[in-house]
Design a protein around this ligand. Sequence first.
Ligand SMILES: Cc1cc2nc3c(=O)[nH]c(=O)nc-3n(C[C@H](O)[C@H](O)[C@H](O)COP(=O)(O)OP(=O)(O)OC[C@H]3O[C@@H](n4cnc5c(N)ncnc54)[C@H](O)[C@@H]3O)c2cc1C
Length: 489
Amino acid sequence: MPGKQVIVVGSGNAAMSAGIAALEAGADVLMLEKAGPDLAGGNTKYTAGAMRIAYETSDALLPLLANRNDPRLPHTDFGTYPAQKFADDLLGFNEGRPLSPEQRVLVSASYEAVRWLAGHGVTYEPIYSRQSFEKDGRHIFWGGLTLAAENEGVGLFDMERSAFEHLGGRIRYSAGVTGLLTKGDKVTGVRVGDEAISADAIILACGGFEASEAMRVARMGPAWAAAKVRGTPHNTGDGLHMAFELGAAQYGSFKGCHATPMDLHMRDFGNLDLPPKERKNYRKICYFLGVMLNARGERFVDEGINFRNYTYAQFGRAVLEQPGHIAWQVFDAKVTDLLYAEYSFRDASFVEADTLEDLARKLDGVDTAAALSTLQDFNAAVDDAPPFDPTVLDGKRTHGLALDKTNWAQRLDTPPFRAFPVTGGITFTYGGLKVDEAGGVIKEDGTPIAGLFACGELVGGVFFGGYPGGSGLTSGTVFGRRAGQGAAS
Ligand SMILES: Cc1cc2nc3c(=O)[nH]c(=O)nc-3n(C[C@H](O)[C@H](O)[C@H](O)COP(=O)(O)OP(=O)(O)OC[C@H]3O[C@@H](n4cnc5c(N)ncnc54)[C@H](O)[C@@H]3O)c2cc1C
């Protein structure tokens, strides 16, 4: 019997995972991508390739590694990241909700999904530069996130595309899907402009609505007009619109999104034109080593409330909600060596001074007197007793401030002082479609839309008030694989 004809809309990690799974199950798969070959791969290509997975022992990571002879491995402590810890991390952002069915699936299928990709030639490497610190000659990983695809997001896309094409999958670029074809209650194909293409099943894997200013404002509020878009310009909610037209349920948190502090002067959209090692350099996520001030000269978050994996995706929103949508990140010279490369990037915006008084005067758009007083109060409130240790929640904190910093609080006392202006950058949106166990799209009345499947960013119910770093790609693979199997069966 000939295999089912499956169309996958989009070509990011979720689409590739769905496409590979559908091909494995015997389907004939055509992938339709709105972008040309340069921007195909969507947000996936902009990522660091980091994938969060549950693992009981560090031995479970070894079969995934590209280079098992890396001389650092014998001196590396990956720790463990049991499923319960992954679940607890998600629960910590659920604003009182229990784990959603989608979150339970994400946790329980995370390791197996990444291993499955490895079986298709995707290789991984430990994230030494951003997820470990050296201590007593050992590389100590922290934050539950250890591996990234080799050569980051571009590498992930290349390895997945190669697996997809090796299995017989076809890709058409510059082929944005503009509508769904239906016959009775069933989806029977797609429109690409004037062209109609029939299929037995359609998998929507065409991202969220982060790149649509109109949708951001409508769903999330006026402040989101100002957000920089960190990734592709093409994720404009097309899949959501098409599914809602057919009565698909709106599911999850439409006010929620992943948003990160970014260089105030970066341009909109990501930077695939930069060399790979420079693409992340407009991100500014080392605030946990210093403090952040808004235009009123006030701190507005506990910069050290947790490891930055658990705060960076929320603090972009916090910045965007400040007056003028800006903040300044302030550091002293003690932490210069710990700041990521993005802070010494040739295009990094910053001001520098030898005294806090001079630095406060240089903070454009900030109340100088209030900023100086905040920095002085902060310094006076630092507890000198606990030693500073960025590999653990060190409890080195301030006491008595209206808003204390509860870890890694060191006095700002060593010149030169540097301050970096930031705004909020949106990464991806959380609200989306409801899917069943086979990845089928569910209507408001609880019944499935025959022939329509979904995965990736446009699946709702996976993230609510926040995001443990590296979960988006894993979610794309977990739900993409299910949708591919569902569509092919
Ligand atoms: C800068 C940045 C860094 C990130 N780092 C990480 C990380 O390290 N780890 C992690 O887990 N997550 C990370 N993320 C989040 C991650 O990118 C997403 O969670 C994930 O890539 C989404 O995969 P996806 O396949 O759903 O969407 P995408 O990869 O965005 O793919 C969607 C595709 O659909 C296409 N498309 C849109 N509309 C249409 C249409 N009408 N017709 C046809 N095609 C269409 C788009 O062009 C795009 O190619 C990062 C995101 C960004 C922006």
